[in-house]
Ligand binder design. Structure first.
Ligand SMILES: Cc1cc2nc3c(=O)[nH]c(=O)nc-3n(C[C@H](O)[C@H](O)[C@H](O)COP(=O)(O)OP(=O)(O)OC[C@H]3O[C@@H](n4cnc5c(N)ncnc54)[C@H](O)[C@@H]3O)c2cc1C
Length: 495
């Protein structure tokens, strides 16, 4: 094993958060090879503290697969993976790519279910190890590396009685989550419905390798694009400057389980009752199969509906008051099961949610909608035919937020996502085909999709629908301005 290959392996073992078995042992000449001049890539390795892995490295496939969070490993192969350890590494890597006319993409947690960061050819920059956190308690601000996980951020901020609207699952890093918009915890109350609006500035490496600050007052166009541009961004974000909030004293919660036959009624409550609650009450419904019921059992026996409400409150008494209107609804006594008066915290929330997202084979898709009853009626027809063993639709009330001016420009009163999880590779194709069929029908009631959780692989022609027409056009214009040579890949499947 060459020194470079050995080094690559050590770094990988240090870096990988995956327990997924990967195909190790591809043979080939260790080190660098075509399409690079070996000496050029080796030179990049000498200039950075991080790790350079090229296609012919014997551990390339291990690295490539480890870039993807889940078990379904998209079959796309960058020529080079550069895992950075320092911001200077990012600058070196981007300059190297620009000089060699290599296309660049960035990945952080690799949670994109479409693995939109993984492209054939070019360079993949992995920023997951930029994971510092500096908190200014008095100013209620934090400067955070892209690789910080939402749980880690919540834990650190809690030490200073602060909080941030991180993702609902603590294993998601803030990076891709924020850049695509961020449907975060309590974000209706804290951040106009999308967590990226609590980003006050970003430090970003641009296509020419410069490190720039972007905010409302500095490089405002870049700032506009980074707040929602997500997988279409033309730069690598290396630091986020976050506005934080006073931590709630308690997340006061309740969960009600209903029979599938109550789906219309539960959706009515979401549509009519939930909008009357305070904006810091987060309510979502999810539909999931009981684990111990046969897959071919009638849908009414197999599926249950879970209505979950959480009030971000200053006291238990306030939490009780905030949930009271919901709990007085005549639907509530019809619950098959209930958990009430739950005094929760970010820690507890994350512990419960992480268990629901094991690293299996996944795909997902989503829409924004103002018409939940019709959207759920469409889903209801399709749920019995879901070929994936676990298909979980989720409907979250988003409020009536108006978004500030930024690339993140589409939102609806409701967020509807559908996650499919399967166990065997041969379940992948039918699951993907089913999901595409369902979302083709849902388009009638959609106001667009959420870039971070849409099926970018399955319906790339709809990616523009994640943005308003004006925002889509402005993103393209800013790309021409900031990346005239086209160093960075654009959105998946777009020219
Ligand atoms: C288990 C699970 C739970 C989730 N929960 C939520 C949730 O509660 N709310 C929500 O909104 N979303 C959620 N998501 C979706 C999540 O927001 C996206 O998958 C997001 O892309 C994850 O961030 P990442 O850093 O892993 O991105 P990656 O998958 O690594 O990258 C996605 C894209 O983001 C861009 N990107 C990432 N980092 C950078 C950077 N530093 N600079 C430039 N571009 C960058 C790249 O272009 C890349 O193509 C969840 C996903 C999973 C798998």
């Amino acid at each position: 094993m060459s020194k470079l290959a050995l080094w690559s392996r050590r770094r990988f073992l240090k870096a990988s958060t995956l327990s997924v078995p990967v195909a190790v042992g591809l043979t080939g000449t260790p080190g660098f090879s075509a399409p690079f001049e070996g000496s050029a890539a080796a030179d990049l390795q000498k200039r950075i503290v991080g790790t350079v892995v090229v296609k012919d490295d014997e551990h390339y496939e291990t690295w490539r697969q480890a870039m993807i969070w889940q078990r379904a490993k998209a079959d796309r192969r960058p020529d080079m993976i550069v895992q950075v350890e320092r911001i200077e590494d990012v600058q070196e890597a981007v300059r190297f790519a620009a000089a060699g006319r290599m296309k660049v993409t960035t990945r952080c947690g690799g949670h994109s279910m479409a693995a939109c960061f993984l492209r054939n050819g070019g360079m993949l920059i992995d920023v997951s190890r930029l994971d510092g956190i500096v908190v200014d308690k008095a100013a209620k601000q934090a400067v955070v590396g892209p690789g910080v996980f939402c749980r880690g951020l919540a834990e650190r901020l809690a030490q200073d009685d602060l909080a941030f609207p991180g993702a609902h699952c603590g294993t998601v890093p803030i990076s891709g989550f924020l850049l695509g918009g961020g449907v975060g915890l309590n974000t209706n109350a804290w951040s106009h419905g999308m967590s990226v609006f609590a980003v006050k500035a970003l430090d970003i490496v641009t296509a020419d390798g410069r490190l720039l600050r972007a905010s409302e007052s500095e490089n405002a166009g870049l700032f506009w694009a980074a707040r929602g541009g997500g997988p279409g961004l033309f730069g690598v974000v290396v630091r986020f400057h976050l506005q934080c909030f006073d931590a709630p004293k308690v997340i006061w919660g309740a969960t009600y389980t209903f029979a599938f036959t109550e789906l219309d009624e539960v959706t009515r409550v979401m549509d009519k009752v939930v909008p009357q609650l305070d904006s810091d009450v987060e309510v979502l419904i999810s539909i999931a199969a009981l684990p111990d019921v046969a897959e071919d059992a009638p849908v009414e026996q197999r599926q249950r509906i879970y209505l979950d409400a959480n009030a971000f409150a200053v006291s238990e008494a306030e939490g009780r008051r905030k949930l009271a209107l919901l709990q007085r609804d005549p639907l509530i006594p019809r619950a098959l099961d209930r958990v009430e008066n739950r005094a929760g915290s970010f820690d507890r929330y994350y512990s419960e949610n992480e268990a629901a997202f094991p690293q299996g084979y996944w795909m997902g898709d989503s829409i924004w909608t103002d018409r939940p009853m019709e959207a759920i009626a469409i889903l209801k027809r399709h749920i019995p035919d879901c070929p994936a063993p676990r298909g979980t639709p989720l409907l979250l009330y988003m409020g009536t937020n108006t978004l500030p001016d930024a690339a993140c420009s589409r939102i609806g009163r409701f967020y509807l996502a559908y996650y499919l999880e399967w166990d065997e590779p041969n379940q992948e194709l039918p699951s993907r085909a089913y999901c595409r069929k369902v979302f083709k029908e849902l388009k009638v009631v959609a106001k667009g999709s959420y870039i971070n959780e849409m099926d970018q692989e399955g319906r790339p022609e709809d990616i523009h629908d994640c943005y308003s027409p004006q925002a889509w056009a402005r993103l393209a214009k800013l790309r021409r301005q900031w990346d005239p040579l086209g160093v960075f890949h654009g959105f998946y499947g777009q020219s």
